[in-house]
Design a protein. Structure first.
Length: 122
């Protein structure tokens, strides 16, 4: 299940790392965004392994679009959920109008050659 959500980075948490029981190195990084919905929600995403580098260069307050997968697992009769981010893009505002082009002297149309000073109606 691949999903995406836009929002503002609220917080980037400290990276964590360690070694599993099997002796494999692991690392993870979590970050929180606040959605742009009518009723904003805060969502904590997790990055694992080489995906940890996706938050490099990002800071609190930046608008981003996060692509993620959700999964749940059961342990001792309780269910636990993960929201694993796999792509983070700086958001672009498609509703923002483009600025008008620069105005130059070449944009002024020439005066007609046959204009007379007395042809004004007032």
């Amino acid at each position: 299940m691949a999903l995406s959500v836009k929002g503002k980075i609220e917080q980037i948490l400290k990276p964590e790392s360690g070694t599993s029981k099997a002796g494999k190195e692991w690392s993870k990084q979590e970050f929180v965004i606040e959605t742009d919905d009518q009723y904003p929600k805060k969502v904590c995403f997790t990055l694992f392994g080489d995906k940890v580098s996706l938050v490099n260069g990002l800071s609190a307050g930046q608008e981003v679009e996060v692509s993620f997968n959700m999964e749940s697992r059961e342990y001792n009769g309780r269910w636990f959920h993960n929201i694993n981010a796999w792509k983070i893009e700086k958001a672009t505002d498609d509703n923002m109008p483009l600025p008008p082009p620069e105005f130059g002297m070449d944009d002024i149309p020439p005066e007609p050659a046959d204009s007379e000073a007395g042809d004004l109606p007032f």
